[in-house]
Design a binder for this molecule. Sequence first.
Ligand code: FAD
Length: 430
Amino acid sequence: MFSRDSYDVVVIGAGPGGCAAASICARGGASVLHLERSSEPSFKIGESLMPETYWTMEKMGALDLVREAGFVEKYSVQFYAKSGKASAPFYFDSLNDHESSQTWQVHRADFDELLFENGRRYGAECHRGVNVREVLFEDERAAGIRATSQDGEELEVRSKAIIDASGQGSVLARKFRLERESYGFDHASIFTHFEGAFRDEGRDEGATLILQTDDGSSWFWYIPLARDVVSVGVVGSVDSLIRSRDAMPHETFFDEVERCPEIKRRIRGARQCRPVSVIKDFSYSGHRVAGDGWVLVGDAFGFIDPVYSSGVFLALKSGEMAATAVLEGLAQDDLGEARLSAFQPVLKRGMESVLGLVQSFYAEDFSFGGFLREYPHHQRDVTRILIGDVFEAEFIELFSDMESYKQQLLQRRAFGDGDGAPEATVTTLG
Ligand SMILES: Cc1cc2nc3c(=O)[nH]c(=O)nc-3n(C[C@H](O)[C@H](O)[C@H](O)COP(=O)(O)OP(=O)(O)OC[C@H]3O[C@@H](n4cnc5c(N)ncnc54)[C@H](O)[C@@H]3O)c2cc1C
């Protein structure tokens, strides 16, 4: 099935992380074998991109394919408070008027397939329907993989480096029982697609909407996709959405819709065109990104939270970082842990900046509108994190002021300052 017995790099998994790694390694001149378990492109959640995905897609040489694919163009994010009040749309080009400040809302089956094919056009050998069961080690160094094809054929191949981009169920994280740190969100999500739901006009058509339910205990995403489809999902604690209810997921989903009038208005008369899916406990961070001859990429290493659409961005970016490390390692004939994990501090720092903003979103009574009214000079830093510009700066002053602001909110609440029902957990940016 494979054209050779041995490759420079084997990439496991053809999500965005694996595709970034495979394309960049292939463009860098490495021989690449890229393996995906599913035999057909299939539905996946994670449909809204962050603007900074642009730069990795450029390094992959994939921008032309993405531009021509007919994905809905995304220029902004807009936030709805639990009161139903909407913030002004938050346009990405307010920070940088460059093509990279526009991004896309994607059907993931189409997007992932396109990126997989992109690797092929730069010389990666790509196979679907191959389940990698095991990474083979020699003297504690990754040296190849063992897999099964969809016809049941047992396959074995050697490789100088293994990039594991196999998502939350990571082949290597399971093998090593790699420790993962929970962020403590304990969240679940229930989501589906609708056809014929309401769409805004012009450049707002492709905006991501984040809408709080009426008591702020959960929130919806509303992501307009191509073919007149809108992705709608609700996120809340596992307790409130699942454990405490004696209901089927689709009943819970529509109960939550009742608590979010703007979502109800937007999907009135629309046709639900996918069964609801449920996913829970999806947030965690790994401690170790690489070892001798192997690297983890994307969700295989960590995933924060869906609220700012950072998952695909971090998968692409870590795929780029891993590919760069592997190419350097191949050139220097050194694929040891120290070289392959050198990007971990930068990756972690970027992830922690996104995490800081996510934690604020979920902090009681916090609103970005309120915060930015008191600290208007932080508008730019908040914006930078929202578009994914998180690897060059540490945002120390921003997070220190956010902590002070949260302390003030706690004190106000303790002393009964305010009406007890502030705009609360609402993320407003304007
Ligand atoms: C509720 C929810 C909503 C989200 N919304 C967004 C969003 O709007 N925007 C966003 O950017 N992110 C979002 N995300 C996150 C996003 O889905 C992921 O972060 C992203 O898909 C990670 O990409 P990846 O390449 O690391 O892994 P994946 O996309 O999971 O790809 C892994 C691939 O590996 C393959 N694979 C697995 N095991 C094997 C094996 N043994 N052999 C061969 N192949 C294998 C799988 O079939 C799969 O194709 C959301 C996540 C959740 C939970």
